[in-house]
Ligand binder design. Structure first.
Ligand SMILES: Nc1ncnc2c1ncn2[C@@H]1O[C@H](COP(=O)(O)OP(=O)(O)OP(=O)(O)O)[C@@H](O)[C@H]1O
Ligand SMILES: [Mg+2]
Length: 511
């Protein structure tokens, strides 16, 4: 009868923290006790571990088994500790050599038959383990490709408990050959199914999307039904370049924790597009959950686009909860178990009809809404939220001539994405000594200290500031937009033209 110790990883938000798992198989009434803040899933681990061991033909010790997970203060939730618990018990019972399980990390949920099931958050968990240097991490084979994204870690993918126990008993090196095959990360290279050339006419809205993509700005599209707002917004990601490696890892870690990674393409290397429905709960948008805190839509859209279609239909408190991430690029979710912070830097696109009746308001005018009703409808988008929007574009119905025009002359996403890339490279070069890569990320202080256009260029803005039409936050938005317009025009600094256009876009452009 003895004690054995091993390691696993707990997730706090998208950060992996080491958990020590200790098992003591000793004298006393036969039974198993788990210590260290177990929640329901962890208590169920007892049953899964017992069945998995018995069905893999290992004797279940007829003794008092105590399993302890620490630090006790870490909230340890979910089923990913099953494997470490089983291995610690097998070590204490002398089935596997106890000294061989001290160093490696074990992650995975056990099926009742001893098979290993994939778990969420493997990428951030392995990144957490990798902080200990050159480590070995044992994971379910279904998670192998995701774990392999972390360099300098020996990953041992296993299919079931028996396979793992045999490996530990034989004392060989990890099965590299098997591992390597499975480990080649498969980047998601599937071409996006939609293209900007699907949209005819709408030159102003198309240009607004290009500016959004180039500078990482937020956009509000206002217009009657059927004018192509949703069509346009869905095409914004096609204008964005692939994610750089560090950003791709951030996004993949969030998607992994949320459990939405597609099985065969572990690396998210395209900017995500997330479009929650207006009936979605606040927890689904900002993140939450009663036992396990999961990232919400704002975090799933990290480094990509969050599209709030029919924005006034969202409850006011949900819309207002976007204010914190829009300002700081992250979101803090507070729960009784503690608060968790997730990254949430996204481009926000809002779409809205001018009134709730969703009838055309052109010369066929069937809309009966009074001005008061219309005002109240759009009033659901609060001032502080709209203050954080860089551009407002009114989208009018395309003319018959536009809709009937030959579509082969319409610019494709590829052409526009090329201009966006050049503008982004200009901005990235200018910002190379800073932590920011796009103009939208430049904080207010730096903007005024280092990126102020000349007095001449500021003229259109000063007039608006004097009249009170432009708020302090609005001024920052206009300056950032002006820089993006300069980047798109290939200029070193914004001048009068760029600030005037930026101001017009901020105030709202009618098409
Ligand atoms: N400029 C356009 N180019 C090509 N198709 C268009 C255009 N505008 C509208 N359409 C067509 O009209 C349909 C409706 O467009 P979309 O759903 O984007 O409108 P919307 O502005 O989002 O309307 P709603 O306010 O009702 O959601 C599209 O599926 C598309 O077929
Ligand atoms: Mg729509």
């Amino acid at each position: 009868m003895a004690v054995a110790r091993t390691r696993s990883v707990a997730l706090v938000g998208v950060t992996g923290r080491t958990v020590e798992v200790e098992a003591d198989v000793g004298n006393g009434l036969a039974g198993i006790h788990l210590i260290g803040l177990p929640d329901t899933a962890l208590s169920e681990a007892r049953e899964r571990v017992r069945s998995a061991m018995v069905n893999s033909h290992y004797p279940w010790p007829d003794a008092r088994i105590t399993v302890s997970l620490f630090p006790a203060s870490l909230p340890k939730r979910g089923s990913q500790f099953d494997l470490a618990i089983a291995i610690a018990i097998l070590g204490a019972a002398g089935v596997v050599p106890a000294e061989r399980i001290v160093e490696p990390f074990f992650l995975g949920e056990l099926g009742l038959d001893g098979r290993l099931r994939p778990v969420r958050g493997v990428l951030p968990s392995v990144l957490g383990a990798a902080e200990h240097g050159d480590v070995t991490v044992v994971i379910p084979s279904a998670n192998a490709a995701e774990a392999a994204l972390v360099p300098d870690v020996k990953v041992v993918p296993v299919a079931d408990l028996r396979q793992l126990v045999e490996w530990l008993r034989r004392g060989e090196e990890p099965p590299e050959a098997l591992a390597q095959d499975l480990l080649d990360p498969i980047p998601s290279t599937a071409p996006p199914a939609v293209d900007l050339s699907d949209v005819v006419g709408q030159p102003v809205a198309r240009r607004a999307l290009e500016i959004c993509a180039a500078g990482g700005h937020n956009l509000w599209m206002l217009g009657p039904p059927g004018t192509g707002k949703t069509l346009l917004a869905e095409r914004l990601p096609t204008l964005l370049p692939d994610l750089e490696l560090d950003h791709a890892l951030e996004v993949t870690a969030i998607h992994s924790v949320a459990g939405v990674l597609p099985p065969n393409s572990p690396m998210v290397n395209r900017p995500p597009f997330v479009s929650p429905h207006h009936t979605a709960s606040a927890a689904a948008i900002v993140g939450g959950g009663s036992t396990v805190v999961r990232p919400g839509a704002v975090s799933l859209a990290h480094r990509g686009v969050l599209f709030m279609d029919e924005a006034p239909e969202f409850p006011r408190h949900v819309l207002d909860s976007l204010r914190q991430p829009l300002e700081s690029g992250r979101v803090t979710v507070s729960r009784s178990a503690g608060s968790v912070t997730f990254p949430a830097r996204f481009m926000l696109v809002l779409a809205a009809n001018p009134c709730p009746c969703a009838q055309p308001q052109d010369n066929t005018d069937t809309c009966q809404c009074t001005p008061v009703v219309r005002r109240r409808y759009l009033g659901r988008l609060s001032g502080p939220l709209l203050d954080r929007i860089d551009m407002k574009v009114t989208v009018a119905r395309s003319s018959r001539r536009e809709l009937m025009a030959d579509r082969q002359f319409v610019e494709s996403s590829k052409t526009v994405a090329q201009r966006v890339l050049v503008a982004r490279e200009r901005a990235a070069k200018r910002l190379s000594s800073t932590p920011w890569r796009t103009n939208a990320e430049i904080p207010s202080t730096a903007l005024h200290a280092e990126y102020r256009p000349s007095d001449e260029a500021m003229k259109p803005v000063t007039a608006c500031l004097d009249s009170g039409a432009l708020s302090a936050r609005g001024l920052d938005r206009v300056l950032r937009l002006a820089w993006t317009l300069a980047d798109l025009a290939g200029k070193d600094r914004p001048d009068h033209d760029e600030t005037a256009t930026a101001l017009a876009l901020w105030l709202g452009v009618d098409t």
